[in-house]
Design a protein around this ligand. Structure first.
Ligand code: BG6
Ligand code: MG
Length: 216
């Protein structure tokens, strides 16, 4: 087993503030459906695949739609989202996270990314962060998205780490639940009440004392 824990980062809402664009895009789709999506409901969409998000929304709206309409809405949501992130660049990296990752690597932690997003690699290249990760797992790599732990299991295997020696950084309840299921240490980033299920919660990376996670 590794001496230092492996750090597994979420992307949207942890490395860059793209969650607000997911929310804005889903609100447009919901408006089309005559439904008002609230911020509280959006907490349940965080960390969840595009497909599962739309299934949840349809449950809330009590609407039945055809498969072709379903696919059309998924495509429309993604088109709106991609337009919103078209100008994303390295100035959109959340304060403190890049230094945290650099320090982690200097101190021999393996660093991985697991995002439910199928756009994760595209976003990482826009942020110029691709080279920082020893492993990248995204929405294209898994059959089941968070809260299923599949992606975290893949990330632990790719970094040759035991799940119990991994620390997950997440802004979503779904991501924290997924990490907890396989005994990873879970760290909630942000101030959502939903993060209370995490092992620890911090408002941001500047608050985290790096040595809190040294197991040696
Ligand atoms: C996650 C976001 O990272 O990616 C979710 O937290 C989003 O809000 C999911 O639904 C899927 O993203 P995409 O870009 O593949 O539609
Ligand atoms: Mg997130």
């Amino acid at each position: 087993m590794r001496k230092f824990p492996t750090f597994i980062f979420d992307l949207d809402g942890v490395i860059t503030n793209t969650e607000k664009y997911h929310y804005q895009s889903w609100r447009i789709i919901c408006n089309d459906l005559g439904y008002n999506l609230t911020k509280e409901q959006n907490e349940e969409l965080k960390g969840v695949s595009r497909n599962k998000c739309l299934l949840k929304i349809l449950q809330w709206t009590n609407l039945n739609i055809s498969q072709s309409k379903f696919e059309a809405l998924l495509n429309k949501k993604n088109k709106i989202y991609l337009e919103k992130i078209s100008k994303l660049n390295s100035s959109n990296i959340i304060d403190g996270v890049q230094d945290f990752i650099k320090n982690a690597k200097e101190q021999n932690h393996s660093v991985a990314l697991y995002s439910s997003s199928k756009n994760a690699k595209f976003i990482l290249s826009k942020l110029n962060l691709h080279g920082f990760f020893d492993a990248i797992v995204d929405g294209n790599s898994v059959r089941a998205s968070k809260p299923d732990p599949e992606g975290f299991i893949i990330a632990s295997k790719l970094t040759n780490s035991d799940p119990s020696n991994c620390v997950v950084f997440e802004d979503s309840e779904a991501g924290i639940i997924a990490g907890n299921k396989i005994n990873m240490t879970t760290v909630g980033i942000g101030n959502s009440i939903k993060l209370n299920v995490a092992s620890k919660v911090f408002k941001n990376f500047q608050e985290i004392k790096f040595k809190d996670f040294q197991i040696c």
